[in-house]
Design a protein. Structure first.
Ligand SMILES: [Zn+2]
Length: 369
């Protein structure tokens, strides 16, 4: 009996401590919930607390390419709280995220939310409609290397600009949803932005853990040049001084139910960890593999790539990752692992161009704190 009481008190103290930690995290990342009030007027549309609105962000016609749009849903919680931005479809062929947010939005109830969500349902509509992997069909730019964009730039730059101004700048926390693109294999992971130039890394890590994926990678933001060079959406979040994570699951434009459901559950857990909803997040998995940074493996010739299928495995420096052949079937040579690490994502082949990376290798660490 005594033991039960002691254990009860210990549990109570533990819960109190966790609650206090979460509360202090919240007050430090969105102290006055000022951005929540701004949602009353989103892109010239009035959105009352406790309601949801679908909004079309218009992308004007450019000098050399057509007009476009971005479908956005704003879920304005009844009570003040943090504003979470969730972006799907930065790469238009990565369908997992696009289907997952459709399902997720249908289940959100703004009347029960303390805080809000801005959801970009398809960030890169022209790429989506043309089923174009990586790049925009008009200017051939990668949206995820084009932030903050330009108001009067090419189509990709105008889309990036609209997302930077209307979504990232309005949020207290940013989640960017991806998967393996067309022709890619991928082991599910969450990327967390840390280092001296990132904001509230501990909160980003706890939201990352809430996805219950097997792998977590930290990207350390040490220099401004890192943030500015070919700036991704996550790095735009870092530049705006908000905590941010990258979510990656499914390969080759997956529409598998298991991947969609994993993303959906992770998004729900994010809302509870951020205090927007009162639901309790499922406990995080114990067996997470942690990584600090990644390195790519570029090839020296264009041609046909035949991987050995080492995706999702630990590899050693010197391992043969696959064979490269020319267009006439002659073997150009093996591609060799340049370091030990974990095969995180890469190209299924056969198409490969000189300079492209056939694999991204993550560097394992014992833990991330
Ligand atoms: Zn992507």
């Amino acid at each position: 009996m005594f033991y039960v009481k002691v254990s009860y008190v210990a549990t109570f103290i533990k819960r109190w401590f966790i609650t206090m930690c979460l509360l202090s995290a919240h007050t430090s990342f969105a102290e006055d919930f000022a951005k929540h009030d701004e949602l009353l007027n989103f892109s010239n549309t009035v959105i009352s607390p406790g309601t949801l609105k679908n909004i079309t962000l218009e992308i004007a016609q450019g000098a050399n390419d057509p007009a476009s749009f971005i479908p956005v849903t704003v879920v304005h919680g009844a009570k003040p709280g943090p504003v979470l931005a969730v972006v799907a479809g930065v790469h238009g062929y990565e369908y997992t995220s696009i289907i997952a947010v459709n399902k997720w939005i249908a289940a959100l109830n703004p009347r029960q939310m303390s805080g809000s969500v801005i959801i970009v349902r398809v960030a890169h509509v022209p790429a989506f409609e043309e089923r174009s992997i990586y790049v925009n069909p008009y200017d051939r730019k990668n949206l995820n290397r084009s932030f903050p964009g330009k108001k009067h730039g090419s189509q990709t730059e105008r889309i990036a600009w609209a997302i930077s101004k209307n979504v990232v700048a309005k949020a207290d926390f940013l989640i960017d949803l991806h998967s393996g693109d067309g022709g890619e294999w991928l082991s599910a992971f969450v990327g967390v932005y840390g280092g001296p130039l990132a904001s509230n890394y501990p909160l980003a890590l706890s939201v990352a853990k809430g996805f219950n994926f097997p792998n977590i990678v930290r990207y350390k933001m040490n220099t401004q040049q890192q943030i500015d060079t070919k700036r991704s959406l996550n790095r735009q979040g870092v530049a705006e001084k908000i905590p941010t994570i990258l979510v990656e699951i499914g390969e080759n434009g997956s529409t598998a139910t298991q991947h969609i459901n994993a993303m959906y559950t992770g998004l729900n857990n994010s809302l509870s960890i951020l205090g927007v909803t009162k639901s309790i997040a499922a406990p995080s998995r114990e067996n997470v593999d942690y990584f600090e940074g990644t390195r790519s493996v570029p090839v020296t010739h264009s041609g046909l790539w035949f991987p050995k299928g080492l995706g999702g495995q630990y590899i050693k420096k010197g391992d043969v990752l696959g064979v490269l052949k020319d267009y006439f079937g002659q073997t150009l040579g093996n591609v060799i692992a340049p370091s030990d690490g974990f095969a995180l994502y890469g190209l299924k082949g056969p198409a490969i161009k000189k300079g492209q990376s056939i694999m991204t290798i993550a560097q394992p660490v014992s833990t991330l704190q």
